[in-house]
Design a protein around this ligand. Structure first.
Ligand code: ZN
Length: 150
């Protein structure tokens, strides 16, 4: 008896729609929904929407936590420290003048970059199906087994 197969045999569970990491991060950086790229990702400065207004994707699963702040510190710290050191080599000035220049610049740079970076982190989590973005319940992780218990 011969069976006619409409689809190729696949192993490893259900086929999942591909979620390109680069595209998802880029959409998050632009403040857009990582799934459709059209809906807004934030309803306030750092407050993500619960679900996308365009495609309905549940974005409540995000757990960006402190990662955006760490990334901002690494990027802004390196850029401003380089700027400070180069400026001090070319135009030696008192520490107070440098403080007056670089401290407000650091605050401004952090405020400008934190929202796009948080969006990028949410896009990364969505693409990697982390924290319930893959359709599983994030609260059912059994620490003894290191994975979802159900
Ligand atoms: Zn969407």
């Amino acid at each position: 008896m011969q069976l006619e197969r409409q689809q190729p045999i696949t192993f490893g569970g259900d086929q999942q729609v591909e979620r390109p990491i680069g595209r998802s991060i880029k959409r998050g950086l632009l403040g857009r929904c990582p799934k459709c790229g059209d809906g807004r990702l934030f309803r306030a400065f750092l407050k993500p929407v619960d679900e996308c207004a365009v495609c309905g994707e549940d974005l409540d699963h995000q757990r960006a936590d402190d990662l955006p702040a760490y990334i901002v510190i690494v990027i802004v710290g390196h850029v401003l420290m380089t700027g400070y050191l180069l400026t001090d080599m070319l135009f030696p000035a008192s520490p107070w003048i440098h403080l007056a220049i670089w401290a407000p610049l650091a605050v401004l740079a952090a405020l400008v970059t934190i929202q796009p970076i948080k969006g990028g982190v949410i896009g990364l989590q969505w693409a990697c199906r982390m924290h319930g973005f893959g359709g599983h319940d994030d609260d059912t992780v059994d620490p003894g087994r290191g994975g979802p218990s159900a």
